[in-house]
Design a protein around this ligand. Sequence first.
Ligand SMILES: Nc1ncnc2c1ncn2[C@@H]1O[C@H](COP(=O)(O)OP(=O)(O)OP(=O)(O)O)[C@@H](O)[C@H]1O
Ligand SMILES: [Mg+2]
Length: 347
Amino acid sequence: MATSNGAFLICDDLYKIFKVADIEVMALQGLDLTVKRGELVGVVGASGSGKTTLMNVLGGLTRPSAGQVIIDGKNLLKLSTRELTAYRQVEVGFVWQQGSRNLIPYLSALDNIKLPMTLAGGAGKQNEVRARELMDLVDLSHRYDHKPLQLSGGEQQRVAIAVALANEPKLLLADEPTGELDSDTSDQVYELFKRLNRDLGLTICIVSHDPLIAQHVGRVVAIRDGKLASETVKRRRPHPKSLPDGSVSTRPQDEGGTSITESWDEHFEELIVLDSAGRLQIPKQYREQLGFENRVEMEVTGESILIRPAKNLDDTSSQGEIQLEREIPVDEMGSRPRLLDLLRRKS
Ligand SMILES: Nc1ncnc2c1ncn2[C@@H]1O[C@H](COP(=O)(O)OP(=O)(O)OP(=O)(O)O)[C@@H](O)[C@H]1O
Ligand SMILES: [Mg+2]
């Protein structure tokens, strides 16, 4: 079970099975995820690993096949269809990769933002004021009346973010929001997400194919085969003080006994997720490189566990050997009796 300690979002052993004709596809296979309130999280993973399915589940667009999803104390699986619709309209905002999916082409930017407010029952004048505020928030005060096709790709995504924020959601979900943008424009969109996270305290999950997303978010979770496989976290380590001649001292302390580390260096570390049942995923690349198949040997070495490919799996005689050594006593002559003799003796 994912920990619930102060968490805003908890996915616990989540499964989603799609059935197409007679074939079942397991898009999510026991996924555990915990996100704190006000966190900015990146979600990465290969194509088909289950990222969009997860976003759809979190957004109340898809009901999972099994498991639990709790968002801000609300168990999404227990909501009625009507409650789930209200959740989608008010409590969560979406930004998709394709601008066409986010915005209605024949409405101006302001009218696009007003639409979800109207659908949620908001009054006319208030909607207009809030829509203008949101356009200002995403730095598009000069584009109120532009229709989507009269905006650049980056501007369209910024309007899409404003639309997603229209009903003041607590959670913002973005599925590859920069997938169709060049790197400079992507950076501007990420900057906007960061600002919203920092200034509004909004909890944000961003799906991305961009390996550099770790630079923009606090934590990156990687999904592999419908399960959380690893997390990349930002760590700080002491930055060694440079000496006047340009060399770098590695001494831990100077003569006076004071620490020579004056600044800190930020770096990223990928941690493999170990679930509550003790399962972890060994990356495919490592398994292939070291010839791991479906059995491994484990050994505790001090504070570590060594995992190596199991040897002689096909050699059943060697497995028998282990059995014999463990269970069959050695006779007075110091040699192990033949199995047949032993059976004869037992009978
Ligand atoms: N509505 C559906 N019906 C049947 N299978 C589906 C459906 N939606 C997703 N899948 C399958 O579930 C798996 C996960 O799909 P998903 O769209 O979540 O992947 P993804 O990680 O978002 O991939 P991508 O990076 O390509 O967007 C895939 O094998 C996909 O074919
Ligand atoms: Mg996807």
